[in-house]
Every structure is written in C-alpha cells, then in structure tokens.
Write a protein that binds this ligand. Sequence first.
Ligand code: ARG
Length: 460
Amino acid sequence: ADKKMWGGRFSKGTAASMEAFSESVSFDRLLYAEDIRGSQAHARMLAKQGFLTEDEGRTLCEGLDRVKAEIESGEFVWKAAMEDVHMNVESRLTELIGPLGGKLHTARSRNDQVALDFRLHVAARLAGWQEKLAALITVYVDRAEEHKDTMLPGCTHFQPAQPVTLGHHLLAYCQMFKRDHERVADALKRVRVMPLGAAALAGTTHPVNPALVAEDLGLTETFANSMDAVSDRDFVVEAVFAGSLIMAHLSRMCEELIIWANPNFGYVKLPDQYSTGSSIMPQKKNPDACEIMRGKTGRVVGSLMGLLVLIKGLPMTYNRDMQEDKEPFFDADRTVSASLGIMADMLRLMEFVPEKMAQTVRRGFLNATELADYLAAKGVPFREAHHITGAAVAYAEGKGVGLEDLDLAELKRFSGEIGEDVYAVLDYHAAIERRITPGGTGPASVAAQIGALRAWLGSL
Ligand code: ARG
C-alpha cells in the first residue's frame, strides 16, 4: 500500500475494510480544482510572507498546474489509500517536483484546507443556481406577458374562487424564485469566508496572512475564530436549505402542471420532450418530468435533514463525521441545477389552452363575488349581499346556467337593488379589470409586475 502521509507513528497498516470505509476521494475528487486553486493561493502567500522563496512559490504553483492538467486529461491515478482529494493532489505534486512539495502544507491542516475547498465549491455552485433562477424567471415573465389577458380560474382550497389571469398566476412563481435568488445571495455572504490559517484548530505559529489569501481567492471575509473556522458547516446547511426551498417551489409548480395536464382540466399540453408514454396504454402521455422533480424534492429535503442531524451532536472542532457533509451537497446541487434548467425549458415549450380555463371560469360561478360586491356598493350590508348571492347561485345552478344568463326579472327576485347595470359587473373579464389593487390581478398591476421583474433581471 502507499505510504500514509501521517504514517510516522504507526507500526501496522490500515485494514483494507477501514481504507474503503474512510476514503472520500471517490466523491471529494470533485473538489480538485478548488483544492488546487486554494493551494496555489496558499503558496503565493507563503512566498510573500518570506516563508518560501519566490522561486519555490512559483515551482509549487506550476507543479499544481501540472497535477490539474493530469486530472483533466484523465491520466491522473486516484488512490483510495491516499484517502481524499487533498492527499492525492499533494502526493502527486511531490512525485512531480520532489521534496519541495512537502513544504506546501506548512501552516496548514486538512481541517482548514477542506473548509476552504468546500466553501469555494459551494460558492461557485450557488452562483450557478442564481444564474439558473434568473433564466427561469425570465421564461416565466415572457410567458406571463404572453398570457396577461388569458383568464384562469383562481383557486383557494383548490376550488375555483375568482377569475385571475394566467399571467398573474405565473408571476406569483416569479416572486417565489426571486426570493430564492435573494436567499442564495444572502447565504453566499456567509459562504465566502476564508478559513485558511486556522490550521488544525488553534491557528499557527507561522506568520500567515489570511487576508491576502482571501483577496487572492475573491473571498470577502476572513475567519474571526480559528476553532469556528474548522468546525462551521452552517454555510452548507444554509445552501441546502435554499436549495430545498427552490425545490419546494418547483414542486408546487409541478403539482399544478400534473393536474392541469390531466384531460379533465386540459389547461396545458406538456411538451413531448418532457413527457413519456406508457408501454401498455397507447393513448398515454405522462408528465414524468414533473413527477420526477416533485419526487426529487424529497431527496433534497432529505439532504438538508441529513446535514442537520450530522452536525447536531458534534463537539468542537473538526470531527471526521464532517466528511459526510459533501455528498448531500453534491447530490442536492445536481438536483437543483438540473431541475431549474428543465423547468425553464419545459415552461418555454408548453402550450396553454385558454379555452379550457375559460370554460371552468364560466361553469364555476366565479363572478359570484362580483354580485355580492355590487349589492354591497348599493348599500346592502355585505353579509346580506353574500346571502342573496348564494341564493341566486343555487337557483342558477338548478337551471344549469351562470348568473349572467339569468334575466333581470329573475335576478330582481333576489334583490330589488339589482338593475340592468349588473350585467357589466358579472362579465368575467370585467371582474379581472376591476381589480385595481396594486399587486392584484388587474391589467395595470400585471404590467407593473412585469416591468419591475424585467428591471430587476436587468440589474443582476
Ligand atoms: N476528507 C476529510 C473531510 O472531508 C478532510 C479533512 C480530514 N482531516 C483530518 N484531520 N482527518 O472532512
């Protein structure tokens, strides 16, 4: 077996089962670029501080570039016996440039090294989520604009409630995803903290300059407490929480699309590219992409729970348990990134069916509130207006028609206050247009929402 870097005090080799149990290189090799970037910044800092000569600093950085090239060309041989990405990279560096490679780890521990690598990685991935969120919001805004006048039965309790526009409904999702974007930005402030210099836990006797490394790596802050620096995993919990909420929002949309695509609703035709057929029922077109996304939401939430349980009993400072922090993030990241991209593409390609939405609006007495409000405006106490309207609805339902189909004499039987002007109020589109509340479903508000979102997208 390969000689362990920490093998000095050991007389017996590691058990094969222990080697397989403890290795992390099979997954943390994903951090190779950040590991190398971090090491190069560390080497430059050691040279600037006079701990290495300029020449030594340069040789280390060039050697690390060679290791990176080997990894990227596929010729690098990853060794489980070397445990993790950090030791794999360093041992290859030493093979390539000789004993100088052994100086790289001066004033550093894998404890602060892994924290740095993981922070750099999480930061880069979260920036990717932000880009994908912005792209998704852009598609939502485009489709909302296209359907700013399309009438949709707005629901509460999943029962048809009042007419809204499909545009207004889609813009509601924009607000969720915009908050997600802001949440990620906020989490990033706490991800972009430089832990190097904390060393194992107590700091180091060498004259390191953490601020210099932070600047080199584009990190905004340096650690305030070395023990916290090597034991803090809040940043990944927050990242996966933000990811869980993104998935929950996507999953709500998926749920609606699954229902809307059911022929009993028929509000949407999902794109063939994101649907599948049945091996036995030739007529079937299944909304599998939505179902998988809804299912994978549980998986991301599971990662969040796993991380919280992982850290809850850990004493200070670094504990090897923390090696288990990576796979939940990697897995959540794959899911969040893929889901955001697929939802954007699916939304761009799906075909809405406005006639089906309008049918439901007409069948569901969605103008009942309008009649009650009309009576209230004429001085009838709202509670009474509500009761009168309920009776009119029951009557119309018995006849199998809408309120707007009753003639004036029929309507007057419910209240003498009802006049010819009621028909303008019972018009479904008017119900939407009369909703002038800022942020409501009225056309001015929908236009304002679209404008504000486009301005926000442009400011990113
Ligand atoms: N593979 C380890 C991890 O992911 C790296 C740090 C190991 N440090 C140590 N002292 N054993 O957490």
